[in-house]
Design a protein around this ligand. Structure first.
Ligand code: GAR
Length: 196
């Protein structure tokens, strides 16, 4: 079956949207897709508890326990592939806040996607909403892209645009973008499943 593993670091609201879409839109029946598990680099991530309560396999892999990025990423590969040997159809980064090594990216070449809360190529990296407001942008948004070794690069699979309101704070803008992320990310995954 087409196994999907989702990687999170925090609340996991995108992961929740994906889990709900998989269920509501019958990804299993239609494409033999299966959510094989959720992995977090933060054991205390709220999304991990949510996934566990949903009955999904979960793995907590505390990056602070590893001496190097390479060691952490090697353990991460073992955890991900261990959920669905020999490995998943798709690895979905959903608010996963760790930079991945070239070795990790290579291992999942063509099977690794990310959602980033800006209209790339504008604002790669962190604090995207603060920076969009600072720059005086009239529009903001989010991008789903394939992951390459270069941070927040790789083929864009979809983008969504939202207006910036005059009285926006980073938080109100982030919330408006996040609502759209929840619609876009499952849609992209569904398209990848359909494409086989
Ligand atoms: C989302 O806005 C996502 O685009 C962003 O973190 C948030 C996670 O929310 N990702 C990044 O900034 C990646 N560098 P969630 O945990 O509720 O899905």
């Amino acid at each position: 079956s087409k196994n999907i593993v989702v990687l999170i670091s925090g609340q996991g609201s995108n992961m929740q949207a994906i889990v709900r879409a998989a269920r509501d839109r019958q990804w299993g029946r239609r494409w033999g897709a299966r959510l094989a598990g959720v992995v977090s680099n933060r054991p205390e991530a709220a999304g991990l508890a949510w996934a566990q309560a949903e009955g999904l396999p979960t793995v907590a892999l505390d990056h602070r326990a590893y001496a190097s990025r390479e060691a952490f990423d090697a353990a991460l590969i073992q955890a991900i592939d261990g959920l669905c040997p020999p490995g998943p159809f798709l690895v979905v980064l959903a608010g996963f806040m760790r930079i991945l090594t070239p070795g990790f990216v290579e291992h999942y070449a063509g099977r690794l996607i990310n959602i980033h809360p800006s209209l790339l190529p504008a604002f790669p990296g962190l604090h995207t909403h603060e920076r969009a407001l600072q720059a005086g942008c009239r529009f903001a948004g989010a991008t789903v892209h394939r992951v390459t070794a270069e941070l927040d690069h790789g083929e864009y699979l979809d983008q969504v645009v939202v207006p910036v309101m005059p009285d926006d704070s980073a938080d109100t803008l982030a919330a408006r973008v996040l609502t759209q992320e929840h619609l876009m990310y499952p849609r992209v995954i569904e398209r990848l499943l359909a494409a086989g």
